[in-house]
Design a binder for this molecule. Structure first.
Ligand code: SAM
Length: 265
């Protein structure tokens, strides 16, 4: 069995707790973030402060959101972080990130070694705040990073690829092996940087429509879009948009999904 006790804390599986303990990886992540005081830094899931303490050396003050009450108390008590860190004991999935931007008067830079069980819904939650976020650095399952950057016509290309690439430029930063964590996860990990576009390359009038189209298309990704999108578009409508009705969800590019979203009435 993997050792679940780290620094006297018993890692809670339900909170996706795998604590970083590899100094080379930690230094590389801090260097990639390149922290400064110009934006408001926000860490999601600081845990036992593996990233929090080295980051704190570069900025006057920042915010961390931690769901685990025991870990939140440890962070509040941590002498190295006194006066530097505001700890919000809350579920990041329901947190209103506008609060921090309003209070600080600054755009946000969000980072974290994310709990893998909620990383995708968390990114979708954060995309809603893309207009107040300068960039995001996340440790994710490597497979999720592959899906984030996937191009059309590949099996990794899916709803997450389309929605993430609609909002952000996405740059893989670093691969991380299981041995860098305690307990070691069963999967490989990777750090990725997401930069929300100030001027999006393709605009949709209603993001909910893009969200619905990608859901319907990729929920039935083996079907042709003439079938999977039949609730929303006729074959004639698809053809008028120059989109072949015999394509499957994975064959459509991000601009084609945006075209569909703007054509839907
Ligand atoms: N940052 C630490 C590190 O790198 O060692 C811990 C990373 S661990 C993978 C994920 C952290 O996110 C844990 O501290 C866990 O308690 C916290 N967490 C899990 N679910 C959360 C949620 N919904 N909102 C906020 N924090 C959460």
């Amino acid at each position: 069995m993997t050792n679940r006790v780290h620094q006297g804390h018993f890692a809670r599986k339900r909170f996706g707790q795998n604590f970083l303990h590899d100094d080379y990886i930690i230094d590389s992540i801090v260097a990639a973030i390149n922290p400064n005081n110009e934006q408001a830094l926000v860490e999601i899931g600081p845990g036992l402060a593996a990233l929090t303490i080295p980051i704190s050396k570069h900025v006057d003050h920042f915010t961390a959101i931690e769901i685990d009450r025991d870990l939140a108390s440890r962070l509040i008590e941590n002498p190295s972080l006194k006066g530097k860190l505001t700890v919000i004991e809350q579920d990041a999935l329901t947190f209103d990130f506008n609060q921090i931007s309003h209070q600080s008067g600054k755009p946000l830079r969000v980072f974290g070694n994310l709990p893998y069980n909620i990383s995708t819904p968390l990114m979708f939650h954060l995309f809603k705040y893309a207009n107040i976020i300068t960039d995001m650095h996340f440790m994710l399952q490597k497979e999720v990073v592959t899906r984030l950057v996937a191009a059309p016509n590949t099996k990794e290309y899916g709803r997450l690829s389309v929605m993430a690439q609609y909002y952000c430029q996405i740059i893989p930063v670093l691969d991380v092996p299981p041995t860098s964590f305690k307990p070691a996860p069963k999967v490989d990990s990777a750090v990725v940087k997401l930069i929300p576009y100030k001027n999006k390359p393709y605009l949709v009038n209603d993001i909910k429509v893009l969200s619905r189209i990608t859901t319907e298309a990729f929920n039935q990704r083996r079907k042709t879009i003439r079938n999977s999108l039949s609730n929303m578009f006729t074959v004639d409508q698809l053809s008028e948009l120059n989109i072949d009705p015999n394509l499957r969800a994975e064959n459509l590019s991000v601009p084609q999904y945006c075209l569909l979203a703007n054509a839907w009435k």
